[in-house]
Design a protein around this ligand. Structure first.
Ligand code: FAD
Ligand code: NA7
Length: 458
């Protein structure tokens, strides 16, 4: 009998979690299926693989990356730590709780290199189209090898969609924006604050991107930052130089008008208005259709497409938890594909989805959202042998992080947290985040300078 074949689309943290899950089973002596992971970029890491490009990439494909320079983790690293590969194991010393992107990228890569997982990945290969044959119960996946300019098709018993959902911009229209004389771009194309030094910026949106890009531009020398919200403001106490106004109604040349009756001239507009779920390689009936939320409908356990559970989605939730959630999902998905975990019938799955979706709809605060996603992770951890970790303690760290941000949006990244994986307390970074303009790994890992005794040079 031929081996079960598994296709994974995307080698970002979710797709890599799936590879790592199979590798863990192999190390335990299990015979694992045949796995191929397709990645359209020339390297792995998904969002964490920074690119300077915008628009289209080397081979004319839409650029996936939305990451930018000077991005520092927006949550404590202790909340995303892999429970089978700690920060201590990777860095060999305690590091601070909010590392910059290159440091987290290094950490992701460390686990993969340790397990020699690159061999499963076909880089520069884009998943173009999928058909499912109910008679043979196989997916046929049309692939484009971008470097060879070759199209081919392969068959799989299971298909894993790990293509991310923070890549295709949601671009609303505001009257008159077409005549705005300065830069207008979406957060997806933002590559760093440098070009906005001394400029008066308008950012539309009130979630992670607006907050982080706004604060980064302020830190790196923008003249002023105005955030404009549709429903709820971010609502923290902003320093002088950042303010938050209701939504823009329209533009006249470089002047924006707001719902509160105010108007102001700007040099640049950044639309921090979120992303669309886009699966151009899936037919209508197999596509996950959702907005960005903590429990997208129609996927059982947040993973299995209810109409066809051999189609598996990873990482499709809005995210407090990230890397450890993708792991918990990937381990359950692996056990299902290896016949070690049986799914209940379709109706029972539907009831379970309804239960989570209803609870999700009733959440009223970020604190309740954290509890919700913690419960979701606990539910997943019950179903596989992914090394368990203290989810309640991680939930408490998230809540402390929310309070820290409310207290001071410019200093929350100077706080430290304790790992639930190793018990190690994070080190304090050598430089307060607001003064640290260099986000390189080398600079980050530099030891903290010892205080010289009084009267002696350092
Ligand atoms: P992605 O990382 O998006 O990876 C998806 C992969 O699929 C990509 O490599 C892509 O090239 C590939 N792909 C897509 N379509 C195809 C196709 N058709 N064929 C082949 N390959 C394909 N999380 C945190 O924990 N902390 C943070 O500080 C943080 N900051 C963020 C900042 C920004 C600007 C963004 C956008 C996200 C941030 N995130 C952060 C969340 C981030 O999305 C997750 O950490 C993580 O990258 C999600 O992993 P993923 O594998 O699901 O998706
Ligand atoms: P999010 O978290 O999905 O937030 C999108 C924001 O965009 C949110 O504040 C929305 O306002 C706003 N939005 C969406 N459409 C509009 C329109 N038409 N007008 C005004 N405002 C709008 O996306 P982010 O990019 O912030 O974060 C995504 C990930 O990137 C996140 O996980 C981070 O890790 C980095 P609403 O609240 O709905 O009124």
């Amino acid at each position: 009998m031929s081996k079960t074949r598994i296709g994974i689309i995307g080698a970002g943290p979710s797709g890599l979690a799936q590879l790592r899950a199979f590798e863990a089973a192999k190390k335990e002596g299990h015979d694992i299926p045949e796995i191929v992971c397709f990645e359209k970029q020339e390297s792995w890491g998904g969002m964490w693989n920074y690119t300077w490009r915008t628009g289209v990439g080397k081979h004319g494909e839409p650029v996936h990356g939305s990451m930018y320079k000077y991005l520092w983790s927006n949550g404590p690293k202790e909340c995303l730590e892999f429970s089978d590969y700690s920060f201590d194991e990777h860095f060999k010393k305690p590091i601070s709780s909010f590392p910059p992107r290159p440091v987290l990228f290094d950490y992701i890569q460390g686990r993969m290199e340790k397990s020699d997982l690159k061999k499963y990945i076909r880089f520069n290969t884009v998943a173009r189209w999928t058909d499912y044959d109910p008679d043979t119960k196989k997916f046929s996946l049309v692939l484009d090898d971008l470097s060879q300019d070759r199209t081919y098709t392969e068959e799989f018993d299971y298909l894993i969609v790990a293509s991310g959902h923070f890549s295709t911009p949601n671009m609303p229209y505001f009257e008159g924006i077409e005549n705005f004389p300065g830069t207008v771009l979406h957060a997806h194309d933002f590559r760093g604050a440098d070009q906005f030094k001394d400029q008066k910026l308008l950012l539309i949106g009130s979630s992670y991107s607006a907050e982080d890009i706004g604060v980064q531009c302020y830190k790196h020398g923008a003249a002023s930052v105005t955030l404009s919200y549709r429903n709820n403001p971010i609502g923290v106490e902003w320093p002088e130089g950042i303010r938050e106004w209701p939504l823009v109604t329209h533009f006249e040349d470089n002047k924006a008008f707001f719902k509160n009756g105010a108007s102001e001239e700007f040099d640049a507009v950044i639309l921090c208005t979120g992303y669309q779920y886009k699966f151009p390689f899936l037919p209508d009936a197999l596509r996950l259709k959702t907005s960005n939320n903590l429990y997208p409908d129609n996927i059982y356990k947040g993973i299995f497409f209810n109409a066809l559970p051999q189609l598996i989605y990873l990482g499709m939730q809005d995210q407090y938890y990230t890397f450890n959630m993708f792991d918990a999902q990937a381990w359950v998905a692996r056990d299902y594909m290896m016949g070690r975990y049986q799914l209940p019938g379709k109706e029972e799955r539907r009831k379970d989805i309804d239960h989570w979706v209803e609870r999700n709809n009733s959440l009223e605060s970020a604190y309740e959202e954290v509890d919700f996603q913690s419960d979701y992770i606990k539910d997943l951890l019950e179903l596989s042998d992914y090394p368990p970790f203290n989810v309640d303690e991680v939930g408490e760290m998230f809540k402390q992080w929310l309070r820290d941000k409310e207290e001071n949006i410019l200093t929350y990244r100077d706080k430290t947290f304790r790992s639930v994986v190793t018990g190690t307390m994070a080190a304090e970074h050598h430089t307060p985040w607001m003064d640290e303009l260099d986000d390189s790994k080398e600079r980050f890992l530099k030891p903290k300078r010892k205080q010289a005794p009084v009267g002696q040079p350092v």
